[in-house]
Design a protein around this ligand. Structure first.
Ligand code: MN
Length: 464
């Protein structure tokens, strides 16, 4: 029997607003949020006037993802340990590496996470095919929900490995409406990208500097328009992962204004980094969609502030510098299509988005909502995580708004040896991370972060 714990002397920030309050934790759950809590014999975490926020929920990670001959640098142990150090207490990882049967993908990902995860985790499934018969497609989605998996991703890009056609996406949206399994899309028009890639490579433009022109913002906007049209026709909800551009954002806003139930996520790297890294030929900055320009960044910050973009997740998928160089073929890349793509982010997300609060671009509440409240609400975790409320898991972060930290790989806990934010100093960092009432990180370092203590979280169907 663990003793009670009181988080004392902080300012609680969540969807209910900002207030001075103590938080009483018992048996892994929050049992009271009010001022002046005193319980004899309770452990005390002194919040020291900092913010007490719901643990971050990162709904876009790729741990131990095989990409050709190489694998993303973090597995469930190092990835969730890094998450805890950065104030994230729940991740939702994408199960499935290609076109394997969904049962196999789910079993594989459970095997990878079980006994290793430090904080709680859920899974999305990647859908590359669906039964043609609508009833059978809905039964497939209902089977996902029975497994506690209430979201899927479909790719409109990567024709050879992952891409679905419009009929498949339409059936998925219809099945989503009937089952409450959320449909997420990777919105880049794969056919157009293939054409542009072919032209670039044929012209000898084989380095990372070609990437912005072969995956332009227009292909993101076009894919969003197409998917939103299908969602509207199916009267279904659509979630756009990793929105990267002002043009894509405009497509989201236009669809929403036309009555489509559309949600969007962006990532810290689209808020903070620019395509100049690619133009300089830096392979360590390859991801898809690619980094964009200053105007895109500004538009995305504005949309996170307004709530037009509800979620900031990471698409955490780092590679070591050596693996980038090896390429997906394992013997060195000869053109940019063979560079394993993805950036590190799971540990730095909370603080990087907080920089927007510091610069006056977004409110404290929007910061917390984008990093925990909205992900919980949109992904079937409402009533479990994502707020500081009695009855919810005591996934809590004490965040010191004055702490500074250097975002070098040597100071972070990813197994990747390159941080995309190398040299950046941020202000504001978690000082204590609690997962179901247990301290898992202190001052950005692991503390009793026991592999295997993290649990699989069964998520509920998502009601509209
Ligand atoms: Mn991804």
């Amino acid at each position: 029997m663990t003793s009670d714990l009181v988080v004392r002397g902080g300012t609680v920030v969540d969807g209910a607003g900002t207030r001075r309050a103590d938080v009483l934790v018992r048996a892994g759950r929050v049992v009271a949020v009010e001022s002046g809590i005193a319980v004899a014999g309770a452990d005390v975490v002194d919040a020291g006037g900092g913010y007490v926020i719901p643990g971050g929920i990162d709904v876009h990670t790729h741990f131990a993802l095989p990409v050709g001959a190489v694998t993303s640098a973090d597995d469930f142990e190092s990835g969730t340990r890094a998450a805890a150090c950065g104030g994230t207490t729940c991740v939702v990882d994408f199960a499935g590496a290609g076109r394997e049967p969904w049962e196999e993908a789910l079993a594989t990902w459970h095997d990878r996470a079980r006994g290793r995860a430090v904080v709680d985790y859920g899974f999305h499934l990647t859908v590359t095919e669906l039964p043609v018969e609508p009833e059978a497609a809905a039964r497939r989605f209902a089977a996902f929900a029975e497994q506690g998996v209430t979201s899927v991703k479909l790719y409109l890009a990567y024709p050879d490995r992952l891409m679905v056609d419009d009929d498949t996406l339409g059936r998925a949206l219809a099945a989503s409406r009937r089952t409450g399994v959320r449909v997420c899309v990777h919105a880049e028009d794969g056919a157009t990208v293939e054409t542009l890639v072919g032209e670039a490579v044929a012209a000898g433009r084989t380095g990372p500097d070609a990437i912005p022109s072969v995956r332009p913002a227009a292909v993101e906007a076009e894919a969003i328009r197409r998917a939103a049209g299908l969602a509207g026709a199916a009267d279904a909800s659509l979630y756009v992962v990793h929105l990267s551009s002002a043009a894509g954002l405009e497509a989201v806003r236009t669809a929403r204004a036309a009555g489509t139930d559309i949600h969007a996520e962006t990532c810290p790297h689209y808020l903070d980094l620019e395509q100049s890294h690619l133009e300089a030929g830096e392979q360590d900055f390859v991801c898809a969609p690619p980094l964009r320009g200053a105007l895109d960044r500004a538009a995305l910050w504005g949309a996170v502030a307004s709530g037009d973009v509800e979620v900031v997740a990471t698409d955490h998928c780092p590679f070591t510098a050596a693996d980038r160089r090896r390429g997906t073929g394992g013997t060195g890349w000869t053109d940019f299509t063979q560079i394993p793509g993805g950036l590190s982010g799971v540990e730095t997300r909370l603080s990087l988005v907080y920089q927007g609060v510091l610069s006056g671009q977004l409110s404290l509440e929007r910061w917390v909502n984008a990093t925990s409240g909205a992900p919980a609400r949109l992904f079937g975790l409402a009533g479990v995580k994502g707020a500081v409320l009695p009855g919810l898991d005591a996934d809590l972060v004490v965040f010191d708004p004055g702490a500074t930290r250097t975002l070098d790989a040597s100071r972070l806990h990813s197994r990747s040896d390159r941080s995309p934010y190398e040299g950046r100093v941020v202000t504001g960092w978690p000082v204590v991370t609690l997962s179901r009432g247990e301290v898992v990180a202190v001052n950005g370092e692991p503390a009793d972060a026991r592999p295997g203590r993290g649990r699989f979280v069964r998520r509920s169907p998502i009601l509209r």
